[in-house]
Write a protein that binds this ligand. Structure first.
Ligand SMILES: *Cc1c(COP(=O)(O)O)cnc(C)c1O
Length: 394
């Protein structure tokens, strides 16, 4: 068996952070200077051999990469297609988020940052960031809405155990959007802080940075399926919140026109406005620093999203996914809360693998799309589902 090459895709370094009419940086002048500096530093640093060496070493020794590409036989028989699962749930800390956190923390360290700051909703990005900060010995503040901090008490404890300080905000709806605003405010006032962003959202250069670091997923998956099956898959599937695990997988196959690409959004109840399916129900809008789709009301103002999956519960979306949707290269559909819960239970029983409720959206989409197709497919299992076991609504 050929050795799988671990690392990000060079192709993700192309471009200036615009994706058709989407992307860019819609930010106040005080942020412009900082983000230009970050962009320049990123472009130089990641092209250096010693950066790549350090990143790849961490991915292998600390995260446990490459993550397996697993042929799910009983699921395949049930569906009537050949389905492989890309096992990001087996990464250290239990999801794909650590890939991006390690890449960004290496940038932070090399930029001489004295402090890492991050925002978190459910606490998953906060825990991954606190983990990376502990690993590097850099102090860490995680901003959280008050309501989220109450709902996610276990993750607050985990972050504190890892040495991070959790800063709660009582502004606005006291959830993720307000945590982002609080973190941005702190970032503007503290020149030695590095803002470690958790998904493929926000102003340039973040979508490019996050997309690049997560491309380790698709780079491996493409090598692995060729090794196992001797051909490319007919289709690939991922859950889409902000879009980082999805772009991670998709990036490996964007140039392979024969591969169909599907993103499952947090559909909530399945109808607007009780949904987090931004690409399905949103409109192109400038929101939190970037131009992309966003869930809005009749006046065009952003509205809160609703999904059973905290990791998908965001009214914005990656500008690259907006572009992939408009150009038809990828298709996106809402997967309802009920469909995700069914897939969560089904995969547990058929394979002995409990997926995160977020990842269950990808599994549910694949089951619908692949029924009796006899197709070859990859589903990105973005995280493990232990965190969801005790929930009464699941
Ligand atoms: C955070 C999270 C997501 C959603 O975030 P993306 O940036 O869209 O990938 C999906 N799955 C899991 C397990 C998560 O923790």
């Amino acid at each position: 068996m050929a050795e799988i090459k671990v690392g990000p895709l060079e192709s993700m370094l192309q471009g200036d952070g615009t994706y058709g009419s989407y992307g860019g940086a819609y930010i106040p002048p005080v942020l412009e200077e900082k983000l230009n500096k970050l962009s320049d530093f990123f472009e130089q640093e990641v092209r250096k051999g010693d950066f790549q060496k350090e990143f790849v070493k961490l991915l292998k020794q600390y995260v446990g990469r490459p993550s397996p590409l697993y042929l799910a036989k009983r699921l395949s028989d049930y569906v009537g297609s050949t389905i492989y699962l890309k096992r990001e749930d087996l990464n250290h800390t239990g999801a794909h988020k650590i890939n991006n956190c390690l890449g960004q923390i290496l940038l932070a360290k090399r930029m001489g940052a004295k402090e890492i700051i991050a925002e978190t909703g459910a606490g998953q990005h906060g825990v991954a960031t606190a983990t990376a900060a502990a690993l590097m010995g850099i102090s860490c503040k995680v901003f959280m809405g008050e309501i989220d901090a109450e709902r996610q008490a276990l993750n607050v404890r985990r972050m504190e155990l890892l040495g991070a300080e959790v800063v709660t905000t009582s502004l606005g709806s006291r959830t993720l959007k307000d945590a982002v605003d609080a973190a941005l405010g702190y970032y503007i006032e503290n020149p030695d802080a590095f803002y470690l962003l958790g998904s493929q959202v926000g102003p340039h250069p973040y979508p490019k940075i996050v997309g690049y670091f997560q491309s380790v997923i698709g780079n491996e998956a493409r090598q692995q399926i060729l090794e196992e099956e001797g051909r490319l898959p007919d289709s690939i599937f991922a859950a889409v919140g902000g879009g980082s695990n999805a772009i991670g997988l998709f990036s490996g196959f964007l140039a392979d026109k024969s591969v169909k690409i599907y993103g499952g959004e947090g559909g909530g109840s399945g109808t607007y406005p009780n949904t987090a399916a931004t690409l399905s129900f949103g409109k192109p809008t400038v929101f939190q620093g970037t131009n992309s789709y966003c869930l809005v009301d009749e006046e065009g103002n952003p509205i809160p999203s609703h999904s059973i999956a905290a990791g998908l519960d965001y009214p914005g979306i990656s500008p690259q996914h907006a572009y992939l949707k408009d150009t038809g290269r990828a298709q996106y559909a809402p997967i309802t809360d009920a469909e995700a819960v069914e897939a969560y239970k089904l995969l547990s029983r058929l394979e002995g693998i409990t997926p995160a409720i977020e990842s269950s959206h990808a599994v549910a989409y694949a089951i619908k799309e692949l029924k009796d197709k006899k197709a070859l497919a990859i589903v990105n299992l973005s995280g493990r589902g232990d965190k969801d076991v005790e929930r009464e609504d699941i």
